[in-house]
Design a protein around this ligand. Structure first.
Ligand code: NAD
Length: 366
């Protein structure tokens, strides 16, 4: 239930006591939405959970994990009462917890659909990490389940809440360097062995599902268009023990309806994090483009290259959390709903098909 946080009013009093006082005395401006985090791995504990401290509309109210020691450690750290700590086995009991408005699914990819749908059926809104699911069919099932439950589904595309990426979108789409002709977008890192990302049954695929999706998503958000044609090549050393079930490199070309082309890198054996939007009159470069912090932009126009620096703003993590909270408060649709995750999955499946069949794949207009 969306309720009013009295933390500001109560000063030093604990959150537990604040909750017992009820919503009556707080103003609408103080309202905070309650999140439950499912999966206490690296991304949840090191990036997402610390971000609640800088949120205006969101608060962490519950944790779900299969590891009791993690529930103890993080439950204590974030003042989560025992009644709000769940194992996967009793996940569905979240239905009875009115403090939980939104469930944030931060599990391995193949578990996203199941836990998101169960959360919707328990009457909760969901923030689901990227990739939304491991297939188009799963993504469609998720969207149908949320429609039926009347709940909101948002995908964790954090760069859409990062100020340099937002500026890049505005500049690219408004023709700051002339109409866009080519986008290059490169993402990759050398992956270490022994993790679920390298097990197809948990990841759904290799570098493309995990990191190349940033190249794809950037090409789509920088153009504001959906690709109509895809061509891809895959290069994987199947003797490398890391790549027994998933791909290493899969590089791809996208053709957009306006004639823009995107040339994209996805790699699990080399480091990349940048994109460049080249227009008829110059280019906008982001390098790095999508890290957790430290984005850097430069713009080339009239023969000169100039760095573009913005004053520090709200973190992309807090921005993302608060966006869905505001959508819940105001009953509006997130800017990155389930359909956005599904659009990426449609192209991902076409990229895999193109590489496997060694031919261009046409995509139907959405
Ligand atoms: P991680 O391995 O650090 O955490 C995964 C968590 O899931 C662990 O706590 C693990 O115990 C739990 N889990 C539950 N069931 C499991 C099972 N059957 N097998 C393995 N683990 C299981 O992974 P992570 O890096 O936190 O990634 C989690 C999700 O977050 C992925 O979908 C990933 O794509 C996404 N992610 C997004 C970003 C981003 O910037 N948006 C960054 C990192 C990860």
């Amino acid at each position: 239930m969306v309720e009013n946080s009295r933390r500001a009013v109560l000063g030093g009093l604990g959150a537990g006591l604040a909750m017992t006082l009820g919503p009556a005395r707080a103003s609408a401006a103080d309202r905070k939405v309650g999140y439950a985090i499912v999966g206490l791995g690296y991304y949840a504990t090191q990036q997402i959970m610390p971000a609640f401290a800088s949120c205006d509309r969101s608060r962490l109210v519950a944790l779900v994990s299969g590891t009791p020691a993690k529930l103890d450690t993080f439950g204590d750290k974030y003042d989560i009462p025992a009644s709000h700590r769940y194992s996967y086995g009793d996940f569905d009991r979240i239905r009875n917890n009115p403090d939980i408005d939104i469930v944030y699914v931060v599990l391995p990819n193949s578990l996203h659909a199941e836990y998101s749908i169960r959360a919707a059926q328990a009457g909760k809104h969901v923030m689901c990490e990227k990739p939304m699911a491991v297939s188009v069919a799963e993504g469609e099932r998720m969207i149908a389940a949320f429609r039926q439950a009347g709940k909101k589904l948002m995908i964790g595309y954090r760069s859409r809440f990062e100020q340099y990426n937002r500026l890049a979108i505005d500049l690219a789409r408004s023709g700051h360097v002339g109409p866009t002709r080519i986008i290059t977008a490169d993402h990759g890192f050398p992956i270490t062995a022994g993790q679920w990302r390298l097990d197809r049954s948990l990841s759904g695929g290799g570098s493309l599902m995990d990191i190349g999706i940033y190249s794809l998503n950037a090409a789509r958000y920088l153009t504001g268009e959906e690709p109509v044609e895809v061509s891809a090549i895959e290069s994987t050393d199947r003797n490398d023990p890391r790549f027994r079930t998933v791909e290493d490199r899969i590089n791809f070309l996208l053709r957009f309806p306006s004639g823009i082309e995107a040339v994209c890198v996805s790699s699990y054996s080399s480091s990349h994090n940048s994109y460049r939007v080249t227009g008829t009159g110059g280019w906008i470069e982001m390098s790095p483009a999508t890290p957790y912090a430290g984005q850097a932009m430069s713009i080339h126009r009239n023969g000169e290259t100039t760095p573009r620096t913005l004053p520090p703003g709200k973190s992309q993590f807090a921005g993302q959390l608060d966006h869905l909270a505001e959508c819940v408060i105001n009953d509006t649709t997130p800017i990155v709903p389930g359909e956005e995750g599904l659009a990426d999955l449609r192209v991902i499946e076409a990229i895999y098909r193109s590489a496997a069949e060694r031919r261009h794949i046409a995509l139907q207009a959405m």
